[in-house]
Design a protein. Sequence first.
Length: 80
Amino acid sequence: MPILDQVCRILRATLGLGARPLEQQTLLLGSLPELDSMAVVNLIVALEEQFGFTVEDDEISASHFATVGSLTSFVEGKLT
């Protein structure tokens, strides 16, 4: 399964978005009320578990959570 699809699946499950359409340009932080500070923590944990990497505190940036595409790029960067 492509990383984008996996990220979308994790977003839907973690934020309770159901079948809401998500694309690379879908805005996240500041646009989805479900994505509050606690949800960011839960999302990071879910990404770490799914992909087997660790996100350090100094790696967390609002820019990574701006869009589905920026979050996917962050995940891809962690995997390389």
